[in-house]
Design a protein around this ligand. Structure first.
Ligand SMILES: CC(C)(COP(=O)(O)OP(=O)(O)OC[C@H]1O[C@@H](n2cnc3c(N)ncnc32)[C@H](O)[C@@H]1OP(=O)(O)O)[C@@H](O)C(=O)NCCC(=O)NCCS
Length: 315
């Protein structure tokens, strides 16, 4: 398969570090130096499903494809206002498609997991055109009084349209269960039969553990994709990495011994929008003319689970 079109949508509300420091014991200086984030787009009056539909429409337009021509939709999402129906079904109706669809929750690594699923559909000869949409609102998961988490995140939706081709060179996924490092509980409705104690806990994170996992997993995943294809790190034109922390990106860059110009970022004014990060960054790089036909791109992401993945593809 190949990526034939991309699209993205951000919420209109921009929250700067200075705005956060008005109600949190934090500062622009701390957030900028420790994370690289200066501001983030935060959901206010928008609905995530509308953003997802809009991102999908843009990707279809970019690919020159009609919604009716889609054979499958995969939506990556951790949290949205609906428990059911699945977000992919809402997107399907919103864009006027009629194909089957499925939601996946692979946290921040959702885009790469979706590409892996789609690639196996292509290899089985079961699809021609596939839409992947990542739509995330992690700012609705954090406690906005917790300076250790809420400063990191932003919201957004990114989409990619896949069509037949042989541009995917390698995809590697990994999972290593570590459920006490990055997690959230949500309260379900009570029943007459539930007697265990239940709690509603916003996103909890052991930042340094996540940081170490992220650097190790991403470096390993990218190296595995290079090894499989026989390519060297120097052969990659662009490294599009999950935008969780600029220091994580810098550490991966150091490991790969590659120049900073190969690592475009948008963390400065987006923050971490979970699985949406990768397709939003891809869309922005595509639309601002950074990507040239034939360029080799390595993309990598990691997230709660822990899970991670990398994909090496030709643009
Ligand atoms: C969260 C993260 C930025 C914290 O940076 P860090 O350098 O590890 O900082 P620490 O957690 O050691 O905290 C250092 C100090 O800064 C404080 N601090 C934390 N957040 C702060 C904030 N927003 N403003 C000011 N101070 C803050 C801490 O309370 C701590 O103070 P103390 O030493 O008095 O206890 C970093 O660990 C990280 O990015 N981890 C990965 C997160 C991630 O990628 N998550 C998503 C995965 S998909």
């Amino acid at each position: 398969m190949k990526i034939s079109g991309t699209g993205s949508v951000l919420p209109s509300k921009v929250v700067t570090n200075d705005m956060l420091s008005q109600f949190l014991d934090t500062s622009d200086e701390w957030i900028t130096t420790r994370t690289g984030v200066k501001s983030r787009h935060v959901i206010s009056d928008e609905r995530l499903e509308d953003m997802a539909i809009e991102a999908a429409r843009k990707a279809l337009e970019d690919a020159g494809l009609r919604a009716e021509e889609l054979d499958f939709i995969i939506c990556s999402n951790v949290v949205n206002e609906y428990v059911t129906p699945q977000l992919s079904c809402i997107i399907q109706g919103g864009i006027g498609a009629s194909c089957p669809c499925i939601d996946i929750n692979c946290a921040c690594a959702g885009f790469i997991h979706a590409l892996e699923m789609a690639e196996s559909f292509y290899k089985a000869g079961r699809v021609k055109n596939v839409l992947v949409v990542c739509a995330e609102e992690p700012t609705r998961m954090t406690d906005w009084n917790d300076r250790r988490t809420c400063v990191l995140f932003g919201d957004g939706a990114g989409a990619a349209v896949l069509t037949p081709g042989d541009n995917i060179k390698s995809i590697k996924l990994s999972a290593s269960s570590s459920t006490d490092k990055l997690w959230q509980y949500r309260l379900l409705h009570p029943t007459p039969y539930v007697t265990k104690e239940e709690v509603d806990v916003p996103l909890q994170m052991k930042g340094q553990d996540v940081f170490k996992f992220a650097v190790k997993a991403a470096s390993k995943d990218i190296t595995r994709t290079l090894k499989e294809t026989g390519l060297q790190a120097d052969d990659v034109d662009h490294y599009l990495l999950h935008q969780a922390n600029i220091r994580i990106i810098n550490a991966i860059q150091d490991y790969l011994e590659q120049p900073a110009e190969k690592f475009p970022t948008n963390i400065e004014d987006h923050g971490n929008s979970s699985s949406s990060c990768c397709p939003i960054l891809l869309d922005e790089c595509s639309r601002n003319g950074l990507l040239k036909r034939g360029d080799i791109i390595a993309m990598s992401a990691f997230g709660a689970g822990f899970v991670s993945g990398a994909v090496l593809f030709e643009w």
